[in-house]
Design a protein around this ligand. Structure first.
Ligand SMILES: Nc1ncnc2c1ncn2[C@@H]1O[C@H](COP(=O)(O)OP(=O)(O)OP(=O)(O)O)[C@@H](O)[C@H]1O
Ligand SMILES: [Mg+2]
Length: 227
């Protein structure tokens, strides 16, 4: 479903990722861990093709980094949802509009748009707060809006770059619970995190990055038996 074949990435003349290969299967849940600067964000950017590798190849669904045309990127982005540590919501729009935005840009019919937005807001538990603006929500609620926005196009994978980085521990567990529910319904999740407590509480395959390479990997079982 996602195949990363021996890729290298150079940015500003620096080798940031070095000969990485990784397969992500349909419906998997994977953590990416590693010290700051190890390359987690860069690897996620590669998967949503915000950057392209200078060596190797990334295959996401039917898209290949070596063949993709600029005009195809929006189609790829419908298959790959992304959430960030700082939510990146539109502050002047309410919850409904933040989620609807992704459907408006693809010209979804008004009735279908409304049904899909309300349904995804129900999934993240925010249907009743759909007229609030982001500043009227807690951090955890804002992240739920961002997750709803990432899911509204029904992607097959959700990429989350430190989604709990700005949240207190209880709210972070809550968000993990939501990501697990989403994962159980069939969407793969790839999450970069520094939060090892969360990994112990919600064990999944864990890929460890070091200096732009994959240093090692643990299965969910290995994490369970170590904690
Ligand atoms: N556009 C860029 N130009 C030059 N160097 C970059 C660029 N983007 C990232 N880097 C460098 O690449 C390395 C990896 O960065 P990346 O953001 O992927 O790390 P990370 O593992 O996500 O770190 P963190 O845990 O702090 O988020 C860092 O040394 C960073 O300074
Ligand atoms: Mg990062």
């Amino acid at each position: 479903m996602i195949e990363i074949y021996n890729i290298s990435v150079t940015l500003s003349k620096r080798r940031i990722l070095d000969q990485i290969s990784l397969s992500i299967n349909k419906g998997e849940f994977i953590y990416l861990i590693g010290k700051t600067g190890a390359g987690k964000t860069t690897l996620l950017r590669l998967i949503y093709m915000d950057i392209l590798p200078d060596k190797g190849n990334v295959i996401v669904d039917q898209f290949s980094s070596s063949k993709i045309k600029r005009r195809q990127i929006p189609y790829l982005r419908r298959k790959v949802g992304v959430v960030f540590q700082d939510f990146k919501l539109l502050e002047d729009r309410n919850v409904f509009e933040n989620v609807a935005f992704a459907l408006r840009v693809i010209g979804a019919p008004r009735r279908e748009l409304k049904i899909r937005v309300l349904s995804v807001l129900t999934r993240v538990g925010l249907h009743h707060k759909r007229y609030r603006k982001p500043h009227q929500l807690s951090g955890g609620e804002q992240q739920r809006v961002a997750i709803a926005r990432a899911l509204v196009n029904e992607p097959f994978v959700l990429l989350a770059d430190e989604p709990t980085g700005n949240l207190d521990p209880e709210v972070a567990r809550n968000i993990l619970g939501l990501l697990e529910t989403i994962n159980r319904s069939g969407t793969a999740v790839v999450m970069a995190t520094h939060n090892y407590d969360l990994i112990r509480q919600y064990p999944h395959r864990t890929v460890v990055m070091e200096n732009g390479q994959i240093a090692k990997e643990f299965s969910a079982e290995q994490i369970r038996s170590n904690s």
